[in-house]
Design a protein around this ligand. Structure first.
Ligand code: PLP
Length: 386
């Protein structure tokens, strides 16, 4: 939909009144196959691994809200990431920023490095660093901004400028943390945007799904072929839930960001805390870039305890009532997690050290509850620390 603002798009994109009943909401087409009137003559659907009407509606919606022409949904964020890596050939090099989602790192290292793909992890918070690592074999740049769990910010426009000379390099941006409500990487030069729909797009911690969004037709056709051939597609029920979730993405993100601002303010003044990681803080090293490329700073916050050890972290994690101890993020309910032992457990001790993932690092996904209740919960938790 052109010339329509984001808060209208999330409600109307992908939605077409059901032709047979007039149903305002796209039905759950719980079917594997579609009857053909003659061989090769069908109504646009043949088999649900290739396409399903509920999924098609969701793909239209996600493409539209991310300012892209095409979207492809996958059975998980990692399924979507897997499809991207399958674009590559043995011998190709991939440059990723240093701190990324632990599951992406695990997939690169444990699954794909044996196919003679070469992954390099570079500090891209200074975009210039990329110049020192590009080679003739570089085929893909993998950027996560804000990054997980340290909320590092990478300048997408600058990265694009550096690789622009080489048209064969694909720029991927994992936009899971910011969502299209806060940042649109395609508008800044990204070739593919990756989402874990499981998180903010779904928004209710009730599904696992991934999506890719892009503008380039040739790349879309290649990724579509990979998806229908390899088969990591989501079911219609989950597509329905994601469509429903997206309708409130704008209002949810507003509240996530508002709550984050207030909670960060509480955290920076807390005597148990050494450091708070949030791109909205003026002392965040790339605050200016965040201000330029994001509309707000998001609901993900990490902090490091002064007593930086496992005992202190465990004590805080088990003292909270509203903040539930769980992996994942982006749901309406607040979650707390311990990257060292949870999301980033697959990193070696050295990798954790290089990436500043310490024993006392805590990550919170701030929900849309009342902020005073959330702050009271944290206050109680901190008061019980020795
Ligand atoms: C969760 C997550 C993924 C993986 O998505 P799944 O849906 O869990 O497979 C990828 N990137 C980021 C930033 C994530 O938070």
């Amino acid at each position: 939909m052109k010339n329509i603002k984001f808060d209208t798009k999330v409600i109307h994109s992908g939605l077409e009144t059901d032709p047979t009943t007039g149903s305002i909401i796209t039905p759950i087409y719980q079917t594997s196959t579609y009857v053909q009137s003659r061989p090769g003559v069908n109504k646009g659907f043949e088999y649900s691994r290739t396409a399903n009407p509920t999924r098609t509606a969701l793909e239209k919606s996600i493409a539209d809200i991310e300012n892209g022409k095409y979207a492809i949904c996958h059975s998980s964020g990692m399924g979507a990431a897997d499809a991207i890596i399958k674009l590559l050939n043995p011998g190709d090099e991939i440059i990723s920023n240093k701190d990324i989602y632990g599951g992406s790192y695990r997939m690169f290292e444990r699954v794909f490095s044996k196919f003679n793909l070469n992954f390099k992890y570079v500090d891209l918070t200074k975009a210039d660093n990329l110049n020192n690592h590009l080679t003739k074999k570089t085929k893909l740049i993998w950027v996560e901004t804000p990054s997980n769990p340290l909320m590092n910010i990478i300048d997408i426009v600058e990265i694009k400028k550096i690789i622009n000379k080489n048209k064969n390099i694909i720029l991927v941006v994992d936009n899971t943390f910011a969502t299209p409500a806060l940042q649109n990487p395609l508008d800044m030069g990204a070739d593919i945007v990756l989402h874990s729909v499981t998180k903010y797009l779904g928004g209710h911690s009730d599904l696992v799904m991934g999506a890719l969004v892009l503008n380039n037709k040739r790349l879309y056709e290649e990724l579509f072929l990979i998806t229908k051939s390899c088969g990591a597609v989501p079911g219609p029920m989950d597509c329905f839930l994601a469509l429903r979730g997206i309708k409130t993405l704008y209002v949810r993100m507003q509240k996530h960001c508002e709550n984050a601002k207030k909670i960060v303010n509480f955290l920076v003044n807390n005597k148990h805390i050494e450091k708070v990681y949030w791109p909205g803080l003026k002392n965040h090293p790339n605050h200016k870039i965040a201000k330029m490329q994001m509309r707000d700073f998001g609901g993900m916050v990490s902090f490091e305890l002064k007593k930086n050890n496992l005992k202190q972290a465990t004590s805080l994690l088990s003292n909270l009532k509203l903040f539930k101890l769980a992996e994942s993020l982006g749901g309406v309910e607040s979650l707390i997690s311990h990257p060292y032992s949870m999301t980033h457990a697959s990193l070696s001790k050295e990798q954790k050290k290089i990436n500043n993932i310490t024993e006392g690092l805590i990550r919170i996904s701030i929900g849309i509850e009342n902020h005073e209740d959330l702050i009271n919960d944290l206050t109680n938790g901190f008061n019980k620390l020795k």
